[in-house]
Write a protein of this length. Structure first.
Length: 451
């Protein structure tokens, strides 16, 4: 109970900084935590008015604060039970002595992203080495540094590690890490307020600028204009620029050619999907940080099930941590499977997954789902069909014949297993000479999994 109570006490303390004293006194401080169950932090209240007010007005902020404290998404359920409420209240006012201190959940903040806690493997070795070089000698050889790779592979970790290392060695440096969304919002706000000099003072006087998800400025003319001049000012003043994206500059559609050429003028490095050994190493490092021990069997089980996304690996570990601390259950394969199902679409009905794959591929390659499933041999349709087969093989347990059966729309017979095998092989061959194609397909897989 104390672990749950500690979490709730921290939540109440944090909420006190955002909500008025009256709101806290009337609605929040008289709430008691009951238990943690099925990903819900269950709160018990005294009356229906309080229950209604919390659900209608304060549910979102409570969930946000709870999630930030425990380090993963947390939902609340507000229940009404006068008997339980009075019992908890009684024990809260007359607490029993605690027998032993309780562990707390931990989550990483920006300052804790370092090179030391970044696990290096063949998939990220070059990116890591480039970032270390920039951190040691900013604005020398690697300027700009452009890092690209699929979501959840460690780009944000590396950017923050650069920031923290440079600040450690150069405390007087003016360093700013922003997402492209923050930069876009700054541009919009300063255009509306006619204060463009403010944004220029903010960005063009820096020693180091780090921008995450830079691909999102594409197609936004005013933002691209402002970023171009920011880039030029910093570059010619010999200031360091580090950019991260989910794809290389040449594959960012609607990016102005002058920006593309600037992005390509420095060092471009990529992070690809981790292999099994790297994933196991990451799992062990995360478990050590959270003071949790898993068997080799569970570690390899998780690493095998989580295909490409390191962030999902950490999500699974956090679920296991919460299970151990709050539910007092020792992690098992079954518990690990349950945690995995919450960060992937593995247990989703197969028909829904198939529909997501075909719809996503259809939109991306601008061909209809019916054409993908047909026998049409037009080049772009064949390619979209091959990509669909590849993705289905990657994210489902369907056999090759099962996948072939999907591609027989309008009463046509599906593809046989050798056709599916050939299609998948063609996609894999393309990846060998076109890393950007692999990045593109990995991004599609990530989009499908996040739906």
């Amino acid at each position: 109970m104390k672990s749950i109570q500690n979490i709730w006490d921290k939540t109440v303390e944090t909420l006190s900084g955002s909500l008025s004293e009256t709101v806290m006194k009337l609605w929040i401080k008289t709430v008691y935590p009951l238990k943690y169950e099925n990903d819900y932090f269950i709160l018990v209240v005294e009356n229906t008015i309080q229950q209604s007010i919390i659900i209608s007005k304060y549910k979102d902020i409570i969930e946000d604060v709870l999630s930030s404290i425990v380090g993963f998404d947390m939902k609340i359920s507000v229940v009404l039970d006068k008997k339980i409420y009075e019992n908890i209240k009684k024990h809260s006012e007359n607490p029993l002595p605690e027998e032993e201190p309780q562990e707390e959940l931990v989550s990483m903040n920006d300052e804790e992203y370092t090179f030391d806690n970044f696990i290096v493997g063949s998939s990220n070795q070059h990116a890591h080495a480039s970032c270390v070089a920039v951190a040691k000698h900013p604005a020398t050889m690697y300027n700009p540094l452009f890092i690209y790779g699929n979501t959840g592979l460690g780009k944000t970790h590396l950017l923050n590690a650069i920031k923290n290392e440079i600040l450690k060695n150069n405390p007087s440096f003016r360093i700013l890490y922003v997402s492209s969304e923050e930069f876009i919002n700054d541009v919009i706000e300063n255009i509306q307020n006619r204060t463009m000099s403010d944004i220029r003072n903010k960005y063009r006087t820096l020693d180091v600028l780090l921008v995450d998800d830079i691909q999102f400025i594409a197609g936004k003319n005013s933002t691209q204009e402002e970023f171009f001049h920011t880039f030029e000012t910093l570059y010619h003043a010999k200031k360091q620029i580090i950019l991260a994206s989910d794809r290389p500059p040449k594959d960012i559609q609607l990016l102005e050619s002058r920006l593309r050429s600037r992005f390509e003028s420095g060092v471009i490095t990529d992070i690809s999907a981790p292999d099994l050994e790297l994933k196991v190493a990451i799992i062990r490092k995360k478990c050590a940080a959270y003071n949790i021990k898993l068997s080799d069997e569970i570690e390899f089980f998780i690493a095998d099930k989580i295909k490409n996304n390191i962030r999902q690996l950490e999500g699974v570990i956090k679920k296991l941590v919460s299970t151990q601390l709050i539910m007092k259950d020792t992690p098992t394969i079954a518990i690990a499977q349950s945690a995995i199902s919450e960060v992937t679409n593995e247990n989703e009905p197969i028909d829904i997954t198939i529909e997501k794959v075909l719809t996503t591929v259809s939109k991306h390659y601008e061909v209809s789902v019916s054409d993908i499933k047909s026998k049409k041999r037009t080049g772009n349709i064949v390619f979209a069909r091959q990509i669909s087969m590849y993705i289905l093989r990657e994210i489902t347990d369907l056999s090759l014949p099962d996948i072939g059966d999907i591609f027989g729309g309008n009463g046509e017979k599906g593809k046989n297993h050798s056709t599916v095998h050939h299609a998948i092989k063609k996609v894999e061959e393309k990846f060998e000479y076109s890393p950007s194609a692999k990045t593109e397909v990995n991004k599609l897989i990530e989009d499908i999994r996040s739906m």
